[in-house]
Design a binder for this molecule. Structure first.
Ligand SMILES: [Zn+2]
Ligand SMILES: [Zn+2]
Length: 285
């Protein structure tokens, strides 16, 4: 049987429900050959995960996932093989702190909107729920549920947190170009995450890819739970056409996305270990 890997996972360092160490343990239990931790906008889980991976003799890839906006839709860019060089990592961390600052401003506004609607909630409640450095909307949803303001996570989003709802606050977005540039500067391998989730026309998606390549985009996430087999085939061809490397992962978050398993996605995901060679070739030498 071919060896499998997972190059897209989240821990409590951002909006996942398992600690970085637990994510590595789960990957080991699943029999994966290699794992990348790719928390949103933070590197804070990498050290713990890397230590655990070493202990379990697993190949570990340092990663992160940056969110950007393009034509009013979310575009995510993964950075894989973040450098070992500490000064480069520190520079990247400084860039990411700006992201976190923006999130914090947004979070304060969400709290204000919820309070205005009579909900007894403070930023502290949500920060405690988050535990890590990054506070995101799933953490708000959990607190709303615990406080009895809603009866399910889905209701929290449908009533308050989703786009257009009463406590929604848009992000101050960066462009995908900027995300790729930040990662390129850090000597990471920038990969366009789950292209199917970018809500635009196929032509717009291709224009986006063509715009990002000269800025340093190196790969496309071909294997992802939202991609059908046809999508996989299509993005494989696209990667080939533009000489991009291919990546893939489950986008594991733990309890907030209970139908997604590490390494397996919804059950049908198979990310072959051989794609690592292609990604490694794109690493900054
Ligand atoms: Zn994403
Ligand atoms: Zn993700």
């Amino acid at each position: 049987m071919a060896e499998l890997i997972d190059l897209h996972t989240h821990s409590t360092a951002s909006d996942g429900s398992f600690s970085p160490r637990e994510v590595v343990e789960l990957a080991k239990k699943q029999g994966l050959k290699a794992l990348a931790l790719t928390d949103h906008d933070t590197l804070s889980g990498l050290f713990e995960a890397e230590e655990k991976a070493k202990e379990l003799d697993m190949e570990f890839v340092r990663g992160c996932e940056l969110s950007a906006k393009f034509l009013d839709t979310d575009v995510h860019v993964l950075g894989l093989y973040l450098p070992k060089d500490n000064s480069l990592l520190k520079d990247l961390e400084k860039e990411l702190d700006i992201f976190i600052e923006r999130r914090n401003t947004r979070n304060k506004k969400i709290i204000q909107k919820l309070q205005e609607q009579g909900i007894d909630i403070t930023l502290r409640d949500v920060e405690e729920e988050a535990g890590g450095k990054v506070v995101a909307r799933p953490h708000f949803a959990n607190v709303l549920l615990q406080k009895g303001a809603v009866t399910s996570i889905k209701e929290a989003f449908d009533k308050y947190l989703a786009k257009g709802k009463s406590a929604y606050v848009p992000r101050e977005p960066i462009t995908p170009e900027h995300a790729v540039e930040i990662l390129t500067k850090a000597k990471a391998v920038p990969i366009l995450a789950h292209p199917k989730l970018i809500k635009c026309s196929e032509q717009e998606r291709i224009t986006l890819i063509e715009t990002l390549i000269p800025l340093g985009l190196k790969g496309i996430e071909v294997y992802h739970p939202v991609h059908s087999f046809e999508d996989e085939r299509y993005y494989l061809e696209l990667a080939h056409k533009y000489s991009l490397c291919i990546s893939g992962g489950s986008d594991f978050h733990g309890k907030s996305k209970p139908d997604i398993q590490i390494g397996k996605g919804k059950g049908g995901l198979r990310v072959p270990a051989c794609i690592l060679d292609g990604i490694k070739k794109c690493r900054y030498q």
